[in-house]
Design a protein around this ligand. Structure first.
Ligand SMILES: NC(=O)C1=CN([C@@H]2O[C@H](COP(=O)(O)OP(=O)(O)OC[C@H]3O[C@@H](n4cnc5c(N)ncnc54)[C@H](OP(=O)(O)O)[C@@H]3O)[C@@H](O)[C@H]2O)C=CC1
Ligand SMILES: O=C(CO)COP(=O)(O)O
Length: 336
């Protein structure tokens, strides 16, 4: 059994800490608030996230970062935009060279980088893995079945995380396609915001299915430019996660889109949600990165303009539908 620290006691960090504890590991769950850590240790539940769901007794919560950094295995479950600052602080506190497994799904605005790039910038050549796939915390904490993927450039490291996380109702596959898994997990959040807006507009099921398919085309186009394997994007970290995020009532990104589609401002929508909707930030990073690496990301552009340039959803819809007609697949992607 392993000693592992989970950094971030939001809904995903809490669900994964409990899962690792159920698998018999010694888990330290780092919370940034002392009162939250105390409540978890006393009541066996997180008072702020996933209330009513007991956390494994193998989990000890702490807000003392110097305790949490002693574990050799770190699971990073923080919002993407907070990871660089967090790692910069903790890197100065410890000589441990941890094995890192990132479970956040986003792209950093200031660097246009996925989390592997942030970790490399701050920690240098440290062991990095990423776990992603269709996995809403609200279902994982109830031990409802799903399948996910953990990617690392080092196959043995991916297998080590696979063995730690796997349980009968949490089936973990391995992959060596770190970039594919990261891009799939990050960009689907932006498409899910678009799905929420489309739902709020009452556009119907056909429109949602078309949006998800053309969203996948954008994920694949960007992924190809970033070196991702297109088949990864057709798998759990791509299609699997895109579908659950665009259709599940649990999704924070879908709910943010629903609020925007009903006319709420960004500030209102974010404050009502009270949790991170990564797509709202990743779309800013993609706007920058998209211009540099990928000439055409029309759904991403439309979401950006609806969120940050007051573009009305009806206008965004017209812009998307009335673009020049063209083949479904770009010439480079035709198989014959
Ligand atoms: N929720 C889910 O089902 C899933 C989420 N993810 C991904 O996991 C990541 C975390 O999401 P989730 O758990 O839902 O987020 P939540 O909003 O539920 O929780 C975020 C956590 O991060 C903490 N936090 C926020 N900002 C900072 C900061 N600057 N420094 C340190 N801690 C901070 C919060 O602390 P506090 O409570 O004190 O504010 C809270 O513990 C995201 O990238 C998300 O996309 C991936 C798969 C499933
Ligand atoms: O990534 C997730 C499920 O796999 C969670 O998505 P949301 O952040 O939209 O809830």
């Amino acid at each position: 059994m392993e000693n592992v620290s989970v950094f971030g006691a939001g809904s995903w960090g809490t669900a994964l800490a409990s899962l690792l504890g159920q698998n018999g590991h010694n888990v330290t769950l780092w919370c940034r608030r002392a009162d939250q850590a105390r409540a978890i240790n006393v009541t066996g539940e997180n008072p702020n996230y996933l209330r009513g769901h007991p956390i494994s007794s193998n989990v000890t919560a702490t807000n003392k970062i110097e305790e949490a950094v002693r574990s050799p295995l770190w699971v990073i479950a923080l919002p993407t935009q907070a990871i660089r600052g967090f790692l910069t602080d903790v890197a100065q506190m410890t000589s441990v060279r941890p094995y890192i497994c990132n479970v956040a799904k986003g792209i950093e605005i200031k660097s246009s980088s996925t989390v592997s790039g942030i970790v490399r910038d701050v920690m240098g050549d440290v062991s990095y893995s990423v776990l992603s796939g269709p996995s809403h915390a609200e279902e994982v904490i109830q031990d409802l079945p799903t399948a996910v993927v953990v990617a690392s450039l080092n196959c043995e490291v991916a297998e080590r995380w696979q063995a730690m996380f796997s349980r009968p109702n949490f089936r973990v596959y391995t992959s060596s396609d770190v970039m594919g898994v990261e891009i799939g997990g990050a960009v689907k959040n932006v498409i899910a915001i678009a799905a929420g807006i489309a739902k709020a507009m009452g556009l119907g099921d056909n429109a949602l299915a078309a949006l998800v398919s053309r969203g996948l085309a954008e994920i694949m186009r960007l992924g190809a430019k970033m070196g991702a394997n297109p088949l990864t994007l057709a798998g759990l970290a791509g299609v699997g996660d895109l579908v659950v995020t665009c259709f599940s009532a649990h999704s924070r990104n879908l709910r943010l889109g629903l609020a925007i589609g009903k006319g709420k401002s960004m500030a209102e929508a974010i404050s009502e949600l009270g949790q991170v909707a990564e797509g709202a930030y990743t779309v800013k990073a993609l706007k920058e990165m998209g211009r540099k690496v990928c000439e055409e990301l029309p759904i991403v552009d439309a979401v950006y303009d609806m969120l940050y340039n007051d573009l009305a959803p009806e206008e965004a819809l017209n812009t998307l539908l009335l673009r020049d007609l063209k083949p479904e697949l770009p010439p480079a992607m035709q198989w014959m």
